[in-house]
Design a protein around this ligand. Structure first.
Ligand code: GLV
Ligand code: MN
Ligand code: MN
Length: 402
C-alpha cells in the first residue's frame, strides 16, 4: 500500500488538471468531440505515453493506450472509463477510472512485471450522452453495438469503424466513483459491483396551441407546459419508495418561450432505471398510458419517442470474485453493491466479461461539482487494481473467464 500513496497523489493532481479542461468557462463540461475533449485526450495521451503505453485515438475519439505482451495470440485485458462529463460536472466521474488504470500500469512497469496478456486502457469519448442524449457512444462504437437509430441521431456514421473484433478481449475492468452513499455509510473505501441497472431514455413531446396569455380564457387553452407539468409529477410518484425503480425528467423546453404566450409545445427528457428489466419496462409502459390520459382532455398531442434502451447487466462472477479477493487481502470487507448509474462496462459487456470496482465518494454526491474522493481511498483502489491484474496472470493465457 505504501507504494501507491505517492501515485494516488499524482492521480488526484491529474484529476484537478483535467477538471480545468472544459468547453465552458467557470464550470466543467466536456462533451463528445468537443474542443475540451480533444484537449483532454491530448493530455491523458501524454500521461499514457509516459507510462509506456502505445497511444492512439480511434475514429470514435476513444483514447487508447496499449501494452503489448509480445506473446503470440495473446488476448487483451481492457481497463478504463470515460473522459466526457455531464454539464457542470464533478472532476472524478469517469476520469478517476482512466487515471487509476494508468497509475496501475505505471506501478506494474516499475515492478518490471511481465503480463501474459496484452493490456489496453480506454478513455471512452462518450458515456454521459450529453451531446446526443444517447449514452456510451464511445464504448458502444468499440463494442460494435451502435444501432441505425443511434447513427441517424448522431450523424457521425464513421464511428462504427471503431468496432473491435469479438473475442479480442478477455475481460474489462472499470474503476469508478460509487456515486451513491453506501460505501461511506459502511465506512469502506471500495466495493465490488454486482450488476448495473438497465435504462430507458425517451423524449416526450406535448403539442398544444400557443396563444395570448391575456386573452385566451382558461377553459379554451391547450397549454402544453401545464400538461407536461402534470406528467412530471406522475413520473416522480411512479418510482416506488422501496424498489430500485427511479424515474427522472432532467430537461424541459417550452416553446415559444415568452412570459405572455401560452406554451404551444413542451419537450421533456425521461430517464427510467431499474435493476429489474421487467419492472423498468412496465413503468415506461404505465407512464405512456398516463401521458396519453393527461394529453387527451387537455387537447394535446403526445409524441412518445424512445431514444435508448439498455438492459441491466450482471458483472462477471469470476472477475468479481477476483476483485473481492484483492479487497479482502487488504483486510477490508468486500461489499457487493449494485450500480444505479450507467457505465461503459454495461456497453462493453456485449463483447467480453466485465467487472467494476467502486470507490467511496463524499456524501455519495455526483454529477455535481462537489464530487470528492479521498487520496487514501484512491491509493487502495490502485492497489486493488494492480493486484487484480496480477491475479489474472497465468489464468488467462487465452481462454474464457468462467
Ligand atoms: C451516467 O452517469 C448515467 O448513469 O447516466
Ligand atoms: Mn461515469
Ligand atoms: Mn456520469
Amino acid at each position: 500500500m505504501k507504494m501507491s500513496r505517492p501515485i494516488a497523489q499524482l492521480v488526484m493532481q491529474r484529476c484537478d488538471a483535467l477538471g480545468r479542461i472544459s468547453d465552458e468557462p467557470r464550470r466543467l463540461t466536456r462533451t463528445f468531440a468537443s474542443p475540451g475533449m480533444r484537449q483532454a485526450n491530448k493530455l491523458v495521451g501524454a500521461w499514457m505515453r509516459e507510462a509506456g503505453l502505445q497511444v492512439r485515438e480511434d475514429v470514435a475519439l476513444n483514447l487508447l493506450g496499449r501494452w503489448n505482451s509480445g506473446k503470440a495470440g495473446a488476448k487483451t485485458l481492457l481497463l478504463g472509463s470515460h473522459l466526457d462529463t455531464v454539464r457542470d460536472a464533478g472532476k472524478f466521474d469517469g476520469t478517476l477510472g482512466v487515471l487509476v488504470a494508468i497509475a496501475a500500469v505505471q506501478l506494474l512497469r516499475r515492478r518490471k512485471v511481465q503480463l501474459p496478456f496484452n493490456l489496453e486502457i480506454a478513455g471512452f469519448s462518450d458515456e454521459e450522452g450529453v451531446r446526443y442524449q444517447t449514452a456510451c457512444l464511445g464504448s458502444r462504437a468499440l463494442a460494435g453495438t451502435l444501432t441505425s437509430a443511434d447513427l441517424a441521431r448522431i450523424r457521425e456514421k464513421h464511428i462504427v469503424k471503431a468496432r473491435r473484433p469479438r473475442g479480442e478481449f478477455l475481460g474489462y475492468a472499470e474503476v469508478h466513483i460509487e456515486q451513491g452513499p453506501v460505501l461511506e455509510e459502511k465506512d469502506l473505501p471500495v466495493g465490488v459491483v454486482v450488476a448495473i441497472a438497465g435504462q430507458s431514455r425517451l423524449r416526450v413531446e406535448f403539442e398544444g396551441r400557443a396563444g395570448h396569455a391575456g386573452t385566451v380564457p382558461m377553459n379554451l387553452r391547450q397549454d402544453a407546459l401545464a400538461g407536461a407539468a402534470e406528467f412530471i409529477l406522475n413520473v416522480e410518484s411512479c418510482a416506488g419508495k422501496k424498489s430500485s425503480l427511479v424515474a427522472t425528467v432532467g430537461q424541459i423546453e417550452a416553446a415559444p418561450g415568452a412570459s405572455n404566450v401560452i406554451p404551444g409545445c413542451a419537450v421533456l427528457s425521461l430517464d427510467v432505471r431499474d435493476q429489474m428489466d421487467s419492472r423498468r419496462l412496465a413503468a415506461v409502459h404505465a407512464l405512456r398510458t398516463k401521458a396519453r390520459a393527461i394529453a387527451r382532455p387537455r387537447g394535446l398531442k403526445l409524441n412518445w419517442l424512445p431514444v435508448q434502451q439498455t438492459p441491466a447487466v450482471q458483472c462477471d462472477k469470476y472477475l468479481t470474485r477476483i476483485f473481492s479477493r484483492c479487497i479482502a487481502r487488504r483486510g477490508l470487507e468486500a461489499l457487493k453493491l449494485p450500480s444505479g448509474a450507467g457505465h461503459d462496462a454495461a456497453a462493453i459487456s456485449a463483447i467480453c466479461p466485465v467487472a467494476m470496482l467502486f470507490v467511496r465518494c463524499k456524501g455519495g454526491i455526483s454529477h455535481h461539482p462537489a464530487e470528492s474522493v479521498k487520496p487514501g481511498d484512491v491509493a487502495i483502489a490502485i492497489d486493488v487494481l494492480v493486484d487484480f491484474i496480477q491475479s489474472l496472470e497465468g489464468r488467462f493465457d487465452s481462454q474464457a473467464t468462467r
